[in-house]
Design a protein. Structure first.
Length: 93
């Protein structure tokens, strides 16, 4: 999966497909890709005994490190939540 797997909405957020090993999911993120929400996985985590588990864990941890302002959100925050989150980070709309 690459950066071409982006689906725009009219909001300042878009849906991006993500992949960790063989596991696929999607997440909402800012259109500049700097502020993603948590991933919504479409399939289960690989079994610990599987060959692909180690790759999955490494890539999963990378994906988790990318989540910052929207940690805990699997969908875009409301306008009020968005304003509060950005204000808490020192940003002004």
């Amino acid at each position: 999966m690459g950066s071409h797997d982006v689906y725009q909405s009219t909001a300042p957020l878009c849906i991006r497909l993500v992949q960790a090993g063989s596991r696929v999911g999607y997440r909402w993120e800012s259109v500049d890709s700097q502020h993603p929400c948590e991933v919504i996985w479409l399939d289960p985590e690989p079994q610990r005994e599987s060959i692909e588990y180690e790759t999955y864990i490494e890539e999963f941890q990378e994906i988790q490190l990318q989540v910052n302002i929207f940690r805990g959100f699997q969908q875009p925050p409301t306008a009020e939540e968005h304003t509060l989150l950005w204000a808490a980070q020192g940003y002004v709309d």
